[in-house]
Design a protein around this ligand. Structure first.
Ligand SMILES: [Zn+2]
Length: 434
């Protein structure tokens, strides 16, 4: 934030994910019909042999143990002696642990995933100090993600076959989509989900076309339709979503009836995990296609920050799933906008976007939720969600055009709140979690 530029109170959280070059978008396209090199993760299922599965399970266990021991050492050093223990110190500890009789089994797995666990812990502390995350927590055997990360020294990539350290045979990977031509992974992450499925994620260099697009779109998140676009298009949840949700509720009820720790309980738990996995897979697929299209067609995409709206929490399963979809949509838009050089504007939704006329700017009386459309004094009839999406788009465009704090007067401005703060960041080509 530029100091002193804003005199009015700050709104909650708004990020404008704008490329610094965005102001050049009116220049001839060929000037920057460029491509950009990015790191991109490609995730596939694989089927380990029994020996590989055992090796990986051992590795996951050692990764968790090393992470937890290092976390404990760092926490104790700080709380008891006010000492900061960094990555290098924990790395030295790991070397010492491996030399003790009790922990000699750490030598049996590849040392790279253990080092990477210490790096992940370091990153967790960095986020904590930057106040962008809570204090790191211990990894739990049951609940934490089972994963291990290998860097180039710990795997062999040859003729499209991937062999991990301490393994004789390459992994049996299902190549559901091709890697970029000539790509060679720099990092490999192996994981197993709660439903017992194995995945490998390959981080590769990729080249992405950054030819600018012409469109601009505002997106309203809803419950009836997943999303409504300012163009009037309504995007529904994936087909089968409702049936899957009913199945999930049934599986969860079934699990609740079982005695915890029993064989039937374990079976029921796996069943819940399977339904969950299917819902998240379908959702990811759906959102991937959708965000790719939105980013391809539009130079500017405006979404609302839903954290405000979530203060009015509805604890239904539908709500939880739609919120999860929204968070995922936002994450995907963030990294894809970064890849393709698009502007992603996140606006705070304190203004009553669904009852503010997007044509004349008049504010209608509050209306009950079941009223899906309304007619303004100016004679315009609005679909509630489309109108909201149009207002969100207008808000986002004013952020880009005017910068922080300055924007066209609206009735809602009388509240004296500043609706926008500009936090121009370069949307980095981050590493997506696919
Ligand atoms: Zn009107």
């Amino acid at each position: 934030m530029g100091q002193g530029r804003e005199t009015r109170p700050q709104p909650r959280r708004i990020g404008v994910y704008a490329r610094v070059t965005a102001r050049f978008i009116n220049k001839p396209a060929r000037l920057w019909a460029v491509s950009r090199a990015v790191k991109r993760a490609f995730k596939y299922r694989f089927y380990p042999s029994p020996a590989q599965a055992a090796e990986l399970a051992r590795t996951f266990g050692c990764v968790r143990l090393v992470y937890n021991m290092a976390l404990q050492a760092r926490t104790e050093a700080w709380t008891l002696r006010e000492e900061r223990v960094g990555y290098n110190a924990t790395s030295a500890m790991l070397t010492a642990w491996k030399q003790t009789d009790d922990l000699a089994f750490l030598n049996e797995v590849s040392s790279v995933p253990l080092q990477q666990a210490l790096r992940h812990l370091q990153a967790a502390f960095t986020n904590f100090w930057a106040k962008s995350a809570k204090y790191p927590t211990f990894k739990s055997k049951k609940r934490s993600r089972r994963s291990a990360e290998y860097t180039t020294s710990a795997f062999r990539w040859r003729d499209g076959r991937l062999t991990l350290a301490k393994m004789a045979e390459p992994l049996d990977i299902v190549w559901s989509r091709p890697l970029p031509e000539g790509a060679s992974p720099s990092t490999v992450t192996v994981s197993q989900d709660a439903a017992g499925r194995w995945f490998v994620s390959l981080l590769c260099d990729d080249v992405i076309d950054q030819t600018p697009a012409t469109g601009a779109v505002g997106i309203d998140a809803g419950l009836d339709s997943l999303l409504t676009l300012s163009t009037g298009e309504k995007i529904t949840n994936p087909r089968h979503e409702r049936a899957d949700r009913a199945r999930l509720a049934r599986a969860q009820r079934n699990l609740a009836r079982k005695e915890q720790g029993s064989v039937n309980w374990a079976k029921a738990r796996l069943q819940v995990a399977r339904v969950h996995a299917r819902i998240t897979d379908r959702r990811r697929d759906h959102l991937n296609k959708l965000t790719t299209r939105l980013v391809r067609e539009n130079q500017t995409i405006v979404i609302e920050d839903l954290t405000v709206r979530n203060m009015v929490t509805n604890h239904s399963l539908a709500r939880a799933i739609s919120d999860a979809a929204w968070r995922q949509l936002r994450t995907m838009l963030e990294y894809k906008a970064g890849w393709h050089g698009r502007n992603l504007v996140v606006v705070d939704r304190w203004f009553p976007s669904s009852r503010l006329c997007s044509v004349c700017g008049a504010l209608a009386e509050p209306m009950p939720l079941h009223m899906r459309s309304w007619t303004c004094r100016c004679g315009q009839t609005h679909d509630r969600d489309v109108n909201a999406a149009r207002n969100i788009l207008a808000e986002g465009l004013s952020v880009i055009a005017c910068g922080g704090g300055v924007r066209p007067q609206r009735e809602s401005s009388r509240t004296g709140q500043s609706s926008v703060k500009q936090e121009t960041q370069r949307a980095t080509a981050g590493t997506p979690r696919l």
